[in-house]
Design a binder for this molecule. Sequence first.
Ligand code: ADP
Length: 449
Amino acid sequence: MLILLNTYPLLVSENMVFRSKETTMQSSVSVMVYSLSGLDKLNEENVTAAMAVVEETGLSRILVTDSTGKALYDTRETGGAVGRYILYTEIVQALMGNDAFSCAYHNGAFRSRASSPVLYQNQIIGAVYAYEYDTEQAALLEGLQENLLKLSAVIGVVVLALSLVLSMALTKKIGKLLTAIRQVREGAYSHRAEIAGHDEIAQIGEEFNSLTDRLQTTENARRRFVSDASHELKTPLAAIRLLTDSILQTDNIDPATTREFVSDIGREAERLSRITEDLLRLTRLDSSVLDAPSEVDVLPVLEQVLRMMSLVAQEKGVDLTYDAAEGCTVLSSKDELHQVIYNLVDNAVKYTPAGGAVQVSLEQEKGQVVLSVADNGAGIPEADLPRIFERFYRVDKARSRAAGGTGLGLSIVSDTVKRRGGTVEAANRPQGGAVFTVRWPAVKGGGAG
Ligand code: ADP
């Protein structure tokens, strides 16, 4: 840019000077040619007489030759060329009938040369040659060059200072970001990058902060899950140890008591295996390994679950009914659907007292397959509704445990449904009881799976 600033204006000005020289020199030469135009033949006397009329031209040298190139008139005082043959390019050109002009700039001066033929009745009878040595315009040009150089130097210094300031600010911001990244890498998930401004680096900082936010949330969830899981596993293990210790440490224990204790141990072991099974299921859902989905008709799976649950419901005195449409097909797997429907119906029966009713419905609505499981039990306190799908979250721990719950059923439902692009929500019914609604994207024109 600076090189352009230093060369382009100079080239343009030089060119302009050349062109103005050409016009002035050629007009001076034409004036002289005009004053010689009345002569039929040129000789020293008549040329000198004619040239005396020409006003002061400011030219450094004027030469007039005859048609052979012999100088007849020369304004140069010392070493004049009168009487000698002059073969300057411009004179040769003029004697050949052409106007000629040349101009060059070097060593702080413009040297311009112009010539024209002198004609008499269309015959070339001689040539006029003018030469100008101009240092004035050259000095102007040099002044311009000097000013441009100064300007470039100032621009250079300003640009350098600006880029220094900018790069320092940039380095500082990047440094902050790097510190934040290192801190978070070391595990300080609460550390945030504080970067002022709205530029790209500040935006990267914001993105980094929201990434760290998510990392922190995930990390907190992971810690809570691990501590909840160990706690859940510890409880049945502690019960088993207590029961075995009692058997071992009691002398002459009667067989009926032993049997009771051993069946308790069996129940706790069963709970342990239920928890581990559920945990394994969740781990599988967390990892990205999923069964390839296929088109599954929901109705046969629903009927299978209800057949299984109807005995449990009957035993408990809960009325289990369903109302299902045919042709509801979703992209999933039979096992997954079974798990989801089973967990929801199992909960509904579990948390509905004797004499209550559980209604299951399946329908297709606006491109979605909608499954709802409604009961008329105690419902779920509003405050607990948003957390009901969290792992190990229970409204009433003792009741859930007594009913054989692991606290993982609803998270399995939610994770499974979400992995297949669906949603699940829990609500309380106005008439009392809870209702769970699952929506999957329906497969259009799907057949049996
Ligand atoms: P659990 O194994 O304890 O049933 P879930 O994850 O299936 O675990 O359910 C979490 C909690 O949600 C339960 O402990 C219970 O408090 C509540 N819940 C689930 N379904 C119902 C329902 N139909 N009615 C009332 N409360 C329910």
